[in-house]
Each structure stands twice: as C-alpha cells, then as structure tokens.
Design a binder for this molecule. Structure first.
Ligand code: NAP
Length: 193
C-alpha cells in the first residue's frame, strides 16, 4: 500500500542552537552527492508535495516524480530552469492536498519535502506515516564556521515534532572524501499505532 512520508534533511554544527534547513533559496551544505542519492531513492516514483519556495529553489523538475505545489498566489512558480508544476493547489490546506494526491495517484507514495512550516504542520498533526530525516554533520575543525542558514528548525521544534513518532531505523554513512560534509545519518520514524 502506498505511504505518505516526510523526507528532508537538517544540518548540525558544533553550536547546535538550531538545525539548518535552507540558505538563499538553496541548501546550507550546497551540493552533497550522498544526500541527493538518498533523497532520490526515498522519493522515487512518488508525488512530491512542497511549498512555493521549495519548488522555485529546485534546479528543475525531478525525473519520474509528480510535482504538486501549495501556493495561495500561484505567482511566478517555476524552477530555476523554467519548469512548471504538475499541480498547483491554492487553498484547502495540507491535509486536503494530501488526500487529493492520494486519490489521483493511488499507486504512488506521497512525499512531503518542505519547506519548514509545511513539514512541521504535517509532522505535528501526524499526517504522514513516516518521517525520514537525514542529519548532516558539517565541520571537522572545532573553530570552523557554522552552516549558513536563513531557514532552520529550533531544537525543540524539531524534537517535539518527531517524538510523536517511533524511531524504527537508523543508518550512519561516513563520507570521507567530502570536506564540506563529514557524516550523514538517516533516521526513519513511523507513526505510533
Ligand atoms: N533541508 C531540506 O531538506 C530542504 C527541503 C526543502 C527546501 N529546503 C530549503 O528551504 C527553503 C524554502 O523553504 P521555506 O520554508 O522558505 O518555504 P516553502 O514552504 O517551500 O514555501 C513557502 C510558501 O509556500 C506557500 N505555502 C506553504 N504552505 C502552504 C499551504 N499550506 N497553503 C498554501 N500555500 C502554502 C506560500 O507561498 P504563496 O505566497 O505563494 O502562497 C508560502 O509563502 C529553501 O532554501 C530550500 O532550498 C530545504
């Protein structure tokens, strides 16, 4: 049976005041091959539901996936290379958008991928069956600068949301060759029965 998932990544650094999520319409850690591969595997063949800023921050539409964007205005909604969304939902709320996408594409998983408030709304209201979070640890050197971010989760925001779920899977991937990103942890939380 198809599932509804939240799939996203957060960046940690030595300060741990908050978890980095976005920076200047992109990701705080820039290009991270392992994160992108994991995202691709988790969202393969799914319907992606996202906010307007997340859609316009994409380089282009992601192959094999249906793109559904929430936007009250629907204005200037194109990816960086000019692609348009498959669906734009102007109102009715996130829960209704999930139901419409499940009914329209019953054979596909539905993945909520951002931004921050859309994810918090989904997780806090247990609208998703699974929360798949990639934790990216950024810096080797003790005095290295923190990830730059203009969108982030406070630690309580993040923890209180995912604590509503049970942690069922935990995978650590060391990345030796990438100076920007040292370690990736993927954890999977599922709805409590
Ligand atoms: N770390 C990650 O995994 C990850 C994932 C995704 C994105 N990002 C980054 O996060 C940043 C973008 O995220 P964001 O939090 O700023 O924005 P976002 O949620 O993608 O976009 C916000 C906009 O989406 C529309 N919207 C959102 N929820 C809605 C709802 N329930 N109903 C109707 N419209 C809704 C509104 O636009 P209108 O004004 O058009 O109504 C709102 O201003 C970028 O830097 C991106 O690269 C990071």
């Amino acid at each position: 049976m198809s599932k509804v998932k939240a799939v996203f990544a957060v960046g940690h650094d030595m300060y741990e005041v908050d978890y980095a999520f976005g920076y200047e319409q992109g990701l705080p850690w820039g290009h991270c091959k392992e994160d992108l591969q994991n995202f691709k595997a988790e969202t393969a063949n799914s319907v992606l539901i996202m906010g307007a800023n997340t859609f316009t921050s994409l380089p282009g539409k992601l192959p094999g996936r249906v793109h559904c964007v929430l936007s009250a205005s629907g204005q200037r909604l194109v990816t960086k290379n000019g692609n348009t969304a498959d669906y734009i939902i102007h109102g009715g709320g996130l829960s209704a958008a999930i139901d419409v996408m499940k009914a329209t594409h019953p054979d596909r998983d539905v993945c909520l991928i951002g931004g921050k408030w859309l994810l918090l709304q989904a997780i806090n209201n247990t609208l998703v069956d699974e929360v798949v979070v990639t934790h990216i640890y950024g810096h080797h050197a003790y005095n290295a600068p923190a990830f730059k971010r203009d969108v982030s989760f406070t630690v309580p925001e993040f923890c209180e949301a995912v604590l509503k779920y049970e942690l069922t899977d935990f995978k650590i991937q060391q990345i030796e060759s990438n100076e920007r990103v040292r370690k990736i942890i993927v954890d999977r939380h599922t709805k409590k029965a």
